[in-house]
Design a protein around this ligand. Structure first.
Ligand code: SF4
Length: 374
């Protein structure tokens, strides 16, 4: 665990009312100022000649990286500092690797299939992270990141697989706990689990999903299946988002089904999950539409409103910036039902459009539009 400023301060002369209290030899005005800076790694502990050995040891222990980072041609594995994402953030998503046996006659077709695999989720595009080349005796041309099996096996990685699911899951938990909570160097190597060919795909999916959550740094598969990888990548993206950075999309006017100047207009904030929920409904409508997305630091509509990231003035400014009134003849804007209380306020600021209160949930949009256009 990292030491806080207060924990450090307790070891310093000022806390003990001892000689050298606030002597400034560390170039900080007080011992407390030094402690606070040290907690943020803005000074070296050696700057205070009166720091006791016990503090130095605790500080060094706290500073130790609990899990090593291993890099394979730009792919980073491991380097995690916490057990739970909400404590800070996870660093490197569980890498998904596929083994290609080059002694098999169809290996080139298999590599092509891996190259062609690509999925986009919440504006991020994903491909296979790594191809492990087994029985590789020749150079191959591929756009994917590769490593020969013999080199892969030499990497400082911990094969955490124990044959069956429960034993492997227990082992992964044990290794990560030892690494993070005890900073035990024996457990500092990133972990991987290897899935052999021929296993039931549903079991592989369930097990791999668990290992992504707790706590494999890499999964290696002898079999490749597009649906399996799409599922795992989608799960992984959810687990490895940074809780301190809301997912957001670009603030702009989005078009669905080739809208023209008479098409209906919706408005929401740039929180990615809200955007994709609404966009999905608008894509499936039988009528074309626009979606005005306002900048709100990736906050959902109610959060943005309470944090003053969605105000009537800001909404009006967004419409002006994109010259919506000049682009369309439609004179109605549908706002989320959750912002019904802002209707009057928005109407006062947005003179060119009538503000219509829409649905609270995205799935209600289709019925709402049907009633509106009936
Ligand atoms: Fe306090 Fe040490 Fe800085 Fe002196 S050198 S002010 S004792 S922290």
């Amino acid at each position: 665990m990292e030491l806080s400023g207060l924990q450090i301060f307790k070891y310093l002369p000022a806390a003990k009312k001892a000689e050298h209290t606030n002597c400034k030899e560390c170039e900080c005005p007080t011992c407390m100022a030094f402690a606070l800076k040290l907690a943020k790694n803005q000074v070296e502990i050696s700057a205070c000649p009166y720091a006791p050995e016990e503090l130095k040891e605790r500080f060094e222990q706290a500073r130790k990286q609990p899990q090593k980072t291993v890099e394979i041609a730009g792919l980073k594995i491991g380097g995690e500092n916490v057990l739970y994402r909400h404590e800070k953030t996870f660093i490197n998503p569980t890498a998904l690797a596929v083994v290609v046996d080059m002694s098999k006659p169809d290996f080139e077709g298999r590599i092509k299939r891996l190259e062609n695999f690509e999925i986009t989720r919440v504006s991020e595009t994903f491909k296979i992270d790594l191809v492990i080349l087994k029985n590789c005796t020749q150079n191959i041309q591929t756009t994917l990141r590769t490593i020969r099996e013999e080199e892969f096996l030499k990497l400082p990685l911990n094969d955490a697989g124990r044959g069956d699911f429960q034993a492997t899951a227990d082992n992964l938990l044990h290794i990560r706990t030892k690494a993070i909570l005890e900073k035990n160097e024996e457990f500092a190597e990133p972990t991987y689990v290897y899935f052999k060919s021929g296993q039931d795909i549903n079991e592989v999916c369930a097990q791999a999903s668990f290992y992504i959550c707790k706590y494999a740094n890499m999964l290696v598969f002898e079999d490749f299946d597009e649906a399996l990888f799409s599922t795992l990548i989608t799960l992984r993206q959810n687990i490895f988002t940074d809780p301190q950075k809301p997912l957001q999309v670009e603030a702009k006017i989005y078009e669905f089904n080739n809208p023209d100047e008479n098409s209906i207009i919706f408005m929401t904030t740039n929180f990615a999950l809200t955007f994709f929920a609404v966009a999905n409904e608008l894509e499936n409508l039988s009528v074309p539409s626009y979606l005005v997305v306002t900048p709100a630091d990736g906050m959902s509509v109610l959060t943005a409103w309470s944090a003053e990231k969605f105000t009537a003035t800001m909404a009006a400014r967004t419409l002006k910036k994109f010259d919506l009134a000049g682009r369309v003849k439609t004179r109605k804007i549908i706002i989320p039902g959750l912002l019904a209380h802002m209707q009057k306020e928005l109407q006062e600021e947005i003179k060119d459009f009538e503000i219509v209160v829409g649905t609270r949930e995205a799935y209600e949009i289709a019925d709402f539009v049907k009633n509106m256009t009936a």
